[in-house]
Structure formats: structure tokens, C-alpha cells
Design a protein around this ligand. Structure first.
Ligand code: C5P
Length: 424
């Protein structure tokens, strides 16, 4: 089982909008929730419609807006009970004093209050009101009741209010509300992945990107690796429940959600960091980095001045990171990558043995449509002989999809018992 944390698959949010000037912020909220991948349906009280029209929310949510409890036509589409069952989360934003009071008292005289009683989904309220109304004893009493009843209250912020007062009662910005909702589902998914994911309870260390080998204080030797494959793998391993540490060479990519990133520059730094992480305890080591094979023997202390027609720079061999880690006593499951321009499978199989890897994924970088800077890749995966697992061809797909298939391959090898094969 695996869980993609970059999107929220098919989660349904009901946004309840009540009468208050903050209702204008709810338009952006619905937009942001849609952007994050949620299915959104909007329920509006009569008061809310005095501030903003249902048509706005119909356009933004892409669904009809629900306003009536006892309208036969509306109920024929999706009645209040179906609506209550449809929701994975009900977010009332803004939540007026009146709505809080209704919820606390258990009244059910309009669609929103009825929905509140009828749903088993988590209910969140984002109260927004004049600071005096927020501080009123009745409001505070109702909030205590709601918290007791399991409602999650998103505290209002302090500041200047539309009515001219200054104080507590402003609804948080829509982006912040959308972020909290997204976080909630990410955490829920992560909790499941940590228990049932393909790499649950594993620590995965991934090297990614190029290395940079200094010539002098302003120049270096490097290569065109973008780090995309390694970063996609980091996201896929995290989604599969692993704790992930990404050792990244100089690349301009955002760190995937939940992944610990350590930036390095040279091959020697990448190796040192890898060795430290091995001491921390590492179960799977994935080497996607395009490590420079050589570094400058003596890095100049000052910028090298232009002089003769030729310049000789002596290079010395860099350590092989993946091979070094594979030689350690506490060696993790080792995954290497091979980018070749010819005899792809033959060379890859040779590296699998020479570097003492458990698995190698190879691709043909002479193909213009895949590899390096491309968003797509196609690979062949080989396992070390002891696994008795046949090679796998991963057809051309996005680096995310390839990463997912590589996670499955790692899982299969980790859980494969060759003794079982021999029994047959
Ligand atoms: O030998 P080659 O560079 O083709 O091997 C590729 C594999 O070895 C990749 O997994 C790469 O990250 C790893 N490697 C390494 N340290 C090096 C060179 C390659 O970890 N110095």
C-alpha cells in the first residue's frame, strides 16, 4: 500500500458559510481548497447570502450551492443526509455567534445546523465576529460546549475589525485555513502510511543531484544532473511510510514534504554525510546522485589568473560513495543507478556486482526523451543474484510514477525470501 502525499485524493469538504463580513474571505478559501485537490460543496445560511451570492460559490466550487433545508428541488439533488454523509470534513468559515449558539444548543432549524447534527465527519469552526460578541459570556460558554462535543475551533485572530473595533474576532486568512485543512489530511495519510506503507518503519537515505568540485574559490567542475529522480524518490519513500533523509548536491528543487534534507557540495562531503547517517541507522540507501568521478588534486587558494594558452589541472579520483557504503559492516539495502549511452544492461549488471549492490536501476541517457533534465524516465531494474528476482522493465512514465515503481521493487526485494523459491 502506498500513499501519495503530494495530492489529496478524493477528499470531500463542505464549507459552511454563515452571516458575517468575513464571508468574502470564504470565496478565496473555496478556491484554495479546490487548488489543493479537494472536492468542495458549499452550504450557505440565509445570513451569508446577504453578504455574498451563492452564484460566486457555485462558480468557485464547481458544484451547486446548498441553501435550503426543505426545498424539494434542492433535496432531490443532494439532500441534507446525503450531504452529511458525503463530507470528510465540515468547515464552517466564518462561523457566526448565532451558528455557534445553534450548534451548542442542538437546534436544527436550517440546512447548516441540521447538517451539523447529521454528519459523522469532523467539524471545524472558524468563528469571526465583533470582539465584544466574541468575548460575551454566552459565546464563550457555547465554545466550551462545542469543544466538549468534539468540534475543532480555529481561533480568531486579533486586529482591526470591519466594524471599526480592534480586538479578537477576525477570521484567519483563507490561505491559512486551507493549509490547516491540507495538513490535517496529510497527517492522517502519513499516520496510515507509517503503519501500513510499503516502507513503514524504514529509514531511507537518498543521495541526489550533482556534486560540485572546486577548482579555485570561484570555479568548479560539475554536471547537468537536476536531482529530479532523487527528489521524486524521496517523496515516494516518504509516502510509503519511511523516514527519509535526502543528501542533496546543489540543485534548485523544493524539499518534498516531510523529508529531511542535508545540502552538500562535493563528493567527499556527500560521502562524509552518508557515513554519519549510516551510524544513525539506515535501512535502505539509494544513490541517485551523479557524483563527479574526479576532483581537483589541489584547489587553488585564490582565483587562478588567465596566463598561457593552456592550463593543466591535475585531477584525482573521488571515492565511490555507494560502493563504500556497501562495504560497511552495518550495510543497508543498497540501490544504485546507472546512466549509460550504450550496452546499458550489460554495464548496469556489471556495476551491480562490482559495487556490491542489492538492486540497480539503469537508463539509456542517449535517448533524448528521458533521463537527466527530463520529467520522464524509463528504466530497467536488476536485483542481485541472491534475490532470485527477474529483471523489471519500467516503461516510460513520469519520474513520480517511476519512483513509485522503484519503491515497490525495493519493498519486494526486502520481503523476498529466496529460500521459498528453492523449496519449489
Ligand atoms: O560508476 P557510475 O557513476 O556509473 O555508477 C553510478 C552509481 O554509483 C549511481 O548510483 C551513483 O550515485 C553511484 N556513485 C557513487 N559515487 C561515485 C560514483 C557513482 O555513489 N563516486
Amino acid at each position: 500500500m502506498s500513499f501519495d502525499l503530494s495530492v489529496i485524493p478524493n477528499k470531500n469538504i463542505i464549507v459552511g458559510i454563515t452571516g458575517g463580513i468575513a464571508a468574502y474571505k470564504s470565496a478565496i478559501l473555496v478556491r484554495r481548497l479546490k487548488d489543493a485537490g479537494f472536492n468542495v460543496r458549499v452550504v450557505m445560511t440565509e445570513g451569508a447570502q446577504a453578504f455574498i451570492t451563492p452564484l460566486t460559490f457555485q462558480a468557485l466550487s464547481g458544484n451547486p450551492v446548498h441553501t435550503q433545508l426543505l426545498d424539494p428541488e434542492a433535496e432531490a439533488g443532494m439532500g441534507h443526509i446525503e450531504l452529511a454523509r458525503w463530507a470528510d470534513l465540515v468547515l464552517i468559515a466564518p462561523a457566526s455567534c448565532d451558528t455557534l449558539a445553534k450548534f451548542a444548543a442542538g437546534l436544527a432549524d436550517d440546512l447548516l445546523s441540521t447538517l451539523y447534527l447529521a454528519t459523522s465527519a469532523p467539524v471545524w469552526v472558524a468563528p469571526a465576529m465583533n470582539q465584544q460578541m466574541w468575548a460575551a459570556k454566552a459565546t464563550q460558554r457555547n465554545l466550551v460546549t462545542l469543544v466538549d462535543d468534539g468540534v475543532h475551533v480555529i481561533m480568531p485572530e486579533s486586529g482591526s475589525q470591519a466594524c471599526g473595533d480592534v480586538g479578537l474576532g477576525r477570521m484567519p486568512e483563507p490561505e491559512e485555513l486551507a493549509r490547516q485543512v491540507t495538513d490535517y489530511f496529510h497527517k492522517a495519510q502519513r499516520a496510515i502510511a507509517e503503519k501500513f506503507g510499503l516502507l513503514a518503519s524504514k529509514h531511507v537515505v537518498i543521495t541526489a543531484g550533482p556534486t560540485r568540485e572546486a577548482i579555485d574559490p570561484v570555479r568548479y567542475i560539475s554536471n547537468h544532473s537536476t536531482g529530479k529522480m532523487g527528489f521524486a524518490l524521496a517523496a515516494a519513500c516518504y509516502a510509503a511510510g519511511a523516514k527519509v533523509t535526502l543528501i542533496a548536491g546543489p540543485v534548485s528543487l523544493d524539499t518534498p514534504n516531510g523529508v529531511r534534507r542535508i545540502n552538500v557540495s562535493s563528493a567527499v562531503q556527500m560521502l562524509d554525510t552518508s557515513m554519519q547517517l549510516l551510524d544513525e541507522g539506515c535501512d535502505v540507501f539509494i544513490a541517485t546522485a551523479a557524483v563527479a568521478d574526479y576532483r581537483v588534486a589541489e584547489v587553488a587558494e585564490h582565483k587562478i589568473k588567465k596566463s598561457g594558452d593552456e592550463l593543466d589541472i591535475a585531477l584525482i579520483k573521488n571515492p565511490d560513495i555507494v560502493a563504500t557504503i556497501a562495504q560497511q559492516d552495518k550495510r543497508p539495502f543498497m540501490v544504485g543507478f546507472a546512466a549509460e549511452t550504450r550496452n546499458v544492461e550489460e554495464y548496469a549488471a556489471g556495476k551491480l556486482v562490482a559495487k556490491k549492490l542489492d538492486m540497480i536501476a539503469c537508463n539509456d541517457v542517449s535517448r533524448a526523451d528521458i533521463g537527466f533534465a527530463s520529467d520522464e524516465n524509463a528504466m530497467t531494474v536488476f536485483f542481485a543474484e541472491g534475490y532470485h528476482l527477474p529483471k523489471r522493465d519500467l516503461e516510460k512514465a513520469s519520474k513520480q510514477e517511476i519512483a513509485q515503481q522503484l519503491v515497490e521493487a525495493i519493498h519486494d526485494a526486502l520481503h523476498h525470501d529466496p529460500a521459498q523459491d528453492e523449496a519449489f
